[in-house]
Design a protein around this ligand. Sequence first.
Ligand code: DHE
Length: 497
Amino acid sequence: MRRMLLAPLLWLGTAYGTVSGVAVDQAAQDYQQHCQSCHGVNRLGGAGPALLPESLSRIKPDEIRRVIQNGRPASQMAAYASVLDPAQIDGLVNYLQQPPATPPTWNDEQIRGSHSLLADVSKLPVTPQHGADPLNLFVVVEAGNHHINILDGDRFEVLARFASHFAVHGGPKFSPDGRFVYFASRDGWISLYDLHNLKLIAEVRAGINTRNLAVSKDGRWVLVGNYLPGSLVVLDARDLSLVKTIPAVGLDGKTSRVSAVYTAPPRDSFIVALKDVKEVWELSYSGKADFEPRQIAAQDYLDDFSFSPDYRQLLATSRKAQGGQVIDLDSGKVVTDIPLPGMPHLGSGTYWKRDGQWVFATPNISKGLISVIDFKTWKLIKEIPTLGPGFFMRSHVNSRYAWTDVFFGPDNDAIHLIDKQTLEIAHTLRPMPGKTAAHVEFTRDGRYLLLSIWDTDGALIVYDSNTLKEIKRIPMNKPSGKYNVGNKIEFAEGTSH
Ligand code: DHE
C-alpha cells in the first residue's frame, strides 16, 4: 500500500479547535491501517464512499463519529469503538474533514479505467421482458440502504431491486424510448440500466463528487456535472464510454463547480449552471455536437434553476442571493429579477395552467412558504404559507392539486395539497404521524400517486389522487425520489425535468 502523503507539521483549525500535526499524523496512520482498503488511497473511495470534505459536507461531525464508532447497519462499514480509542476516533473525524495533502485528481485516464461493461445490449431482447407496461414503470431510489427498486405502476409491485452506488442523488434520467435509465451517485458513479431486461449494462466513474446528469433529447449523449473536479463529462449514452471532458472554466479563467445540468429538448442543447462563476452555459448537441459551450453572463452564481414551459427562459436562484433572475436563452440577457425570499428549490418546482396562464410554484428549503409566479409577467402571484420549509413539489395535468412536503421542522410528517386554481391549501395529510413524508410522483395517467415515508422504517404509500384514499403501503428504508417512465420521457406537466 502506498504511504499517505502528510501535511508538514502544521496546526489545523477545525470545528473541534486546534489539532496538532502529530494528531494529523496519527489520524493519517489510522486511516491507512483501518479505512484505506475500503475508502481508497487519498480518500477517493472504493468499496466504501469517498471521504473527502466535499463528500462529507452534508454530514454533521457527530454523525461521522457515530458511524466510525458504531458502523452502518446493512452495509460493510464495521464498528471501530473497540478498535480505536476515543482520541483516535476524534482524530479521524477531524482528519476526514480536511482536504487531503495531495489534491485529488480525476482525469480522462482514470475515467476510462473505471469504465465497465456488465452486459452486451446487442444480445438482449429489444422488447420488455417483465409483462408490465414499460411506460408506467417507476424507478424508486431507496436511500436508506442504497438500493434501486423498479416498480410496476399498475399493480404497485416491485419487479426488481438492486444495490446502487453510495448516495444516488438527483433525478435518474431516461432514454427517449424509456428503455434505459441513467443514475448518478454523489461519488461520481454513473450507471446504465436496461428496464426492458431489468439488467445493469455499464458503469463509469465520471467524477469524484457529482451533482447530477442529463440525457440528450436524441438519447445519444449523457452529460454529467461535477463539483470535484469542476468539470462536465460527456458520455456515450449507449455504453457510458467517455466522449469528452470539459473543464468548467469561466470567461475570467476561474475554475468553477457545476451546480446542475439539464437537457432542453426544443433547443437540442444541454443547459449548465455554474456555482463559482457568474455564467450559464449552453452546449448544443445538434449538428456536429462538439459540445463547445456558449457562455452566457449571469447576474449571480447559480445554484438551481427551472425552465419556462417553452424552454426559452430560465428562472435561476443563488443560495447566497435574496431572489431569482430570469435569463432569456436566445438573447443571452438577464430579463428581470424576481422577489424570491429564503432558498427556493427551483429544480423541484412545478408548473400548471391557471385561468389559461402558466404559473410556476416552488418550494423553499429555508422558509415555510410556496412562491407562485406568473410565467408571462414574472410577477409573484402569491406566497402560500406552509407548516415549514419543504423540498419537493409535484402535480399532474389530471390532478386538481399540487402536492408539497414540509421536510423540515416539527411538522415534517405533513403533506399539503394546494388547490391549483384557488392557490389555497385544500388538505393537509399526515400519512404516518411522526415520520417525514416527502416527494410525490404520479402514475402516467395521474390516477394514483406514490409518496415516500422518509424513514428507516419507512414506506411507499400509494394514494388514489381523486379520493385521496390510501391504496397500498410498501415497506422501504428511506425511499427518496420516485420517477415514472412515461411522465419523464414525455416531460409531462407537473413532474421534474
Ligand atoms: Fe437534491 C434533485 C440539488 C440536497 C434529494 N437536488 C436535485 C437537483 C438538484 C439538487 C440541482 C436536480 C437534479 C436533477 O433533476 O437531475 N439537493 C440539491 C442541493 O443543492 C442540496 C440542497 C444540497 C446538496 O448538498 O446537494 C440538495 N437533495 C438534497 C437532500 O438532502 C436530499 C433530500 C436527499 C439526498 O438524496 O441527498 C435530496 N434531490 C433529491 C432528490 C432529487 C433531487 C430526491 C430528485 C427530485 C426529482 O423529483 O426530480
